[in-house]
Design a protein around this ligand. Sequence first.
Ligand code: ADP
Ligand code: MG
Length: 227
Amino acid sequence: MEDKMASLERLNLIGQMAAGIGHEIRNPMTTVRGFLQMYRNKDSFIKYKETFNLMIDELDRANSIITEFLSLAKNKPVNLTLKNINRIVQKILPLIQADATNNEMVVEVELTEVIDLLLDEEEIIQLVLNLVRNGFEAMTAGKRLKIKTFLDGNQVVLAVEDQGSGIKPEILDKLGTPFFTTKENGTGLGLSVCYGIAERNNATINIETGPSGTTIFVRFDDFAGML
Ligand code: ADP
Ligand code: MG
């Protein structure tokens, strides 16, 4: 954990500069992507269609690296307002549902009544989406992902439970290290972003994993302390 924090700190310094560059790189990328998209369907290029698709996919991947890096390196102050996490989950559920359907997977929600918390809604949305996306990416068609909220003592807990392949014990302590990924097309930034968001929203992340799946628990600070 300390290692993770240290590398997040380092990234924050480099990040200020890189964030600026990231923004600037996006504009030319958008231009290139636009032309690729235009030429992809031209008759004279039709036999290169797969190559065009690959180029566009790779640009999109570069773009998501920048997006995730920007949110990791951002120095925008956190915007905490009283929010109900259930409402945030419900708000983005259609998006998650569509993602599940596309991948022939099932999403279930089990939201129990929880107290409002001081949260940065935009960040919590990103946190949930990152966790859910990892869940989907770990699962095969037909599997189920569950999003739960519940109270554990005085803590509000959000849990994302997947029926994926699980996380190998030997990589568990690398999780959250920026750019660590086991995926061919991964950015390795999703969980780093999540750890940063959790910290800013007074939450901690715990992982339970095994061969039949993974559950990520996000535990928000004991609300009794805020009264
Ligand atoms: P990325 O998804 O781009 O690889 P992340 O930071 O989101 O980057 O995740 C880092 C790594 O953690 C993944 O490559 C994967 O090995 C592992 N991981 C994260 N969530 C899960 C999950 N729900 N099930 C299995 N492995 C996971
Ligand atoms: Mg991810």
